[in-house]
Design a protein around this ligand. Structure first.
Ligand SMILES: Cc1cc2nc3c(=O)[nH]c(=O)nc-3n(C[C@H](O)[C@H](O)[C@H](O)COP(=O)(O)OP(=O)(O)OC[C@H]3O[C@@H](n4cnc5c(N)ncnc54)[C@H](O)[C@@H]3O)c2cc1C
Length: 547
C-alpha cells in the first residue's frame, strides 16, 4: 500500500464504497481497509450451497440503492463497469396460514382494484395514501437523505414549514410518529391489507407497535409500488466490483484482510490508522469509520482523549433483534399452493397477519424463539434467472424476529440450552421454518438440494458491525433514529475528533443499501460546510503564526 492517502475508510460496507467512489471522482486518493477477506460487508454473492447457485449470503434487494442519491450520481460510472439492474412488476405479496394471499404490484390501478376486492373502500384508501404522500414525498425522502444536525437540516425544516405551515407541519411530524398498527388499522378495513403491509416494518428494524413504524410502512409501501424490487444481474457482487473499480480508477485502493485496531489522533485531529499487524497509514484529509459506536469508542479510539459523554453515549448504544438467514438450492421452481403469482413474486411474507408479526416481535424481544415467525421468503430467480442453473431455483429466507440470546421457545418445543446459538439450536429452529413453508410449497422438501443456515451468532461472526446478529447495526427505536442516531449524545456523522467521521448502518439514515451516510460524509468532505471552512482557515492561520 503506497502512502499519500487523502481519505482512509475503515471497513468496506456499501457506505464506505459509495463514499470512496464519490471522493475518488472528486479527485481524492482513497484507501478502503476491510478486515474480512472480501469487500462489501453485508453484500456478498457466493456459491454457498451447490455449484452454479449464486446466493446473496446477506442483503439481496436493492430498491434503496436504486432510489438513492448515490446511484443518481454514480449511475453512468457503474453501468460502464457492467452493473445492470433487473426489476419486476410483482415485488411483494403475503400468504396467510389458510393459503389465501395478497399482492402489492407496481401498477397503481391494479393495486387499487385488488385492494377494493379485499374490502370495499380499501382501494380508495390506498389511492388517498399515495395522493397524500406525493406532494410532500420530497420532504419525506429528504429527511432520510439530509444531515439533520446541519444548516441543510435547518433548511429542510424551514422548507417544510413554509410549505405546510404550522398546522400542516404538526400534522406531518405527528403522523411520522404513529405506529404501523394504528396507521394500517385506521386506514384499511381488510386484515389482508394489514398483513400485506405490516411485515415490511421488520425491514426497517422496527415492529408494528413501535413509534415511527406507521411512517416507515407508508414510505416503503409507496416506494415499492413506484420502484418495484430491483436486483443487480448476477448479484450484489456486481455493485461491489463496480464501486471498487471507480475507486481504483481514481488512484485509490481497497484492501482486504486489513483489520484496523486504532485511529491515530494527534492534537484532537485524526491523522490515520494503525492495523493489527502494527502498520500505520496516514490520511491527509479525513478518516471515515464504518463502525458501530461500540467499536469506534471502545476499540478504535481507546486511549484517545474523547469527552466522557461521547464514550458514555457509545456505551448506552443498544442493539436490536437478531436475525437468521436460510439459503436453499432447489432442483426445480417451487410449487406454491393458491395464487400462481406467488411463484413469480420477489418477496413473499408468510405470516398470520398484523397480530402475527406483533406477537413474533414481542416474543423475540422477550428472548423467546417465536412460535410463528414472519417468514420473509425471497425468490431472487423471480427477478434474475441467471442466479442458478436453468430449471432450478434459489430461496433466500430472512427471519427478523429472533433474540441474540435465547431464553426459551414460545412454542415450548425447542430446548434453549445455555442460550447461545449452537448448531443444534440453529438447525432445529430452521426445521420449524422449513416445515411451515412446506405447508405452502408442495415440492419444497423433495426439491431441496441443500440448505445452509446462518444464525444470529454466525451473522455477528461474519460482520463485527452486526452485534448479536442485529443486521441493522443498532436498534432503530425512535431514540436511536433520525435526529438521534446513533445516540442522542452522538448525533450525526461528525465525532469529537476533528476530521474523523462515523458512517454505516449505526448512523443516520440507518441501515439498508441506500448508502446515505457514506454519501453525506463524502459530500461534507468534498464541499466543507461554512463553519468547517472557517475552522480550517483558523487552523491554517494558527499554524502559520506558530505556538
Ligand atoms: C442478512 C442481511 C440481509 C439484508 N438484506 C437487505 C436487503 O435485502 N436490502 C437492503 O437494503 N438492506 C439489507 N440489509 C441491510 C444492509 O445490507 C446493511 O444495512 C448495509 O449493507 C450496511 O452497510 P454499512 O455500510 O453499514 O456496512 P457493513 O455492511 O456493515 O460493512 C461494514 C464492514 O466494515 C468492516 N469493518 C468494521 N470494522 C472494521 C475494522 N476495524 N477494520 C477493518 N474493517 C472493519 C466489516 O468487516 C464489514 O465488512 C441486510 C443485512 C443483512 C446482514
Amino acid at each position: 500500500m503506497s502512502p499519500g492517502w487523502d481519505v482512509i475508510f475503515v471497513g468496506s460496507g456499501i457506505n464506505s464504497l459509495v463514499g470512496g467512489a464519490l471522493l475518488a471522482k472528486a479527485g481524492r486518493r482513497v484507501l478502503v481497509l476491510e478486515r474480512n477477506d472480501y469487500l462489501g460487508g453485508a453484500i456478498k454473492t457466493a456459491e454457498i450451497t451447490e455449484p452454479g447457485f449464486q446466493h446473496e449470503v446477506f442483503s439481496s434487494w436493492h430498491p434503496l440503492f436504486v432510489g438513492s442519491a448515490a446511484y443518481g450520481e454514480l449511475k453512468d460510472d457503474l453501468h460502464a463497469r457492467g452493473l445492470e439492474y433487473l426489476n419486476t412488476d410483482l415485488p411483494t405479496g403475503v400468504v396467510f396460514p389458510d393459503g389465501s394471499s395478497a399482492f402489492l404490484t407496481t401498477s397503481h390501478e391494479e393495486n387499487v382494484a385488488a385492494f377494493d376486492g379485499y374490502a370495499a373502500g380499501d382501494g380508495k384508501a390506498w389511492q388517498s395514501v399515495v395522493e397524500a404522500f406525493m406532494p410532500n414525498a420530497d420532504i419525506a425522502f429528504a429527511v432520510l437523505g439530509t444531515e439533520l444536525w446541519s444548516s441543510a437540516g435547518v433548511g429542510l425544516a424551514l422548507k417544510a414549514y413554509r410549505r405546510m405551515g404550522r398546522r400542516g407541519l404538526a400534522e406531518f411530524t405527528g403522523g411520522m410518529l404513529s405506529t404501523c398498527r394504528d396507521w394500517v388499522t385506521s386506514t384499511f378495513a381488510s386484515p389482508k391489507m394489514h398483513g400485506l403491509l405490516a411485515p415490511w416494518v421488520l425491514h426497517t428494524g422496527l415492529g408494528p407497535d413501535a413509534a415511527l413504524s406507521g411512517f416507515m410502512t407508508q414510505v416503503i409501501g409507496v416506494a415499492i409500488e413506484m420502484g418495484g424490487m430491483p436486483v443487480p444481474r448476477g448479484g450484489g457482487i456486481k455493485l461491489v466490483e463496480a464501486l471498487e473499480s471507480v475507486i481504483r480508477d481514481g488512484g485509490g485502493s481497497c484492501e482486504t484482510g486489513t483489520d484496523v485496531e486504532r485511529i491515530l489522533v494527534t492534537d484532537g485531529l485524526a491523522t490515520g490508522v494503525r492495523l493489527v499487524d502494527g502498520e500505520t497509514l496516514l490520511a491527509s484529509e479525513a478518516v471515515v469509520a464504518n463502525a458501530t459506536p461500540t467499536q469506534l469508542y471502545g476499540r478504535l479510539l481507546a486511549g484517545a482523549p474523547v469527552p466522557a459523554e461521547a464514550s458514555e453515549g457509545a456505551r448506552r448504544f443498544r442493539y436490536g433483534r437478531g436475525e437468521m438467514q436460510i439459503h436453499m438450492a432447489l432442483s426445480e421452481p417451487p410449487r406454491w399452493g393458491g395464487d400462481e403469482r406467488l411463484a413469480r413474486t420477489a418477496i413473499v411474507h408468510v405470516t398470520p397477519g398484523l397480530d402475527g408479526v406483533s406477537r413474533a416481535v414481542n416474543e423475540a424481544e422477550r428472548g423467546l424463539l417465536p412460535a410463528e415467525a414472519t417468514i420473509v421468503c425471497g425468490q431472487p430467480m423471480a427477478v434474475d434467472p441467471s442466479r442458478a442453473p436453468e430449471g432450478s431455483w434459489i430461496i433466500w429466507i430472512q427471519l427478523q424476529e429472533l433474540p441474540a440470546r435465547v431464553r426459551g421457545d414460545a412454542a415450548g418445543e425447542i430446548e434453549a440450552g445455555d442460550g447461545s446459538w449452537s448448531e443444534d439450536l440453529r438447525e432445529r429452529y430452521a426445521d420449524r421454518i422449513q416445515a411451515r413453508l412446506a405447508h405452502h410449497i408442495a415440492n419444497l422438501d423433495s426439491a431441496l438440494l441443500r440448505r445452509v443456515v446462518l444464525s444470529p451468532a454466525d451473522i455477528e461472526a461474519a460482520n463485527i458491525n452486526m452485534v448479536g446478529g442485529d443486521i441493522y447495526s443498532g436498534s432503530c427505536a425512535l431514540d436511536q433514529n433520525l435526529l438521534w442516531r446513533p445516540r442522542p449524545e452522538l448525533p450525526g456523522h461528525r465525532t469529537p475528533v476533528r476530521s474523523l467521521y462515523q458512517i454505516g448502518a449505526s448512523t443516520h439514515p440507518g441501515p439498508g443499501l441506500g448508502a446515505g451516510s457514506g454519501t453525506l460524509v463524502a459530500q461534507e468532505i468534498i464541499r466543507p460546510s461554512p463553519p468547517r471552512r472557517a475552522f480550517r482557515r483558523l487552523a491554517a492561520l494558527r499554524e502559520r503564526r506558530g505556538p
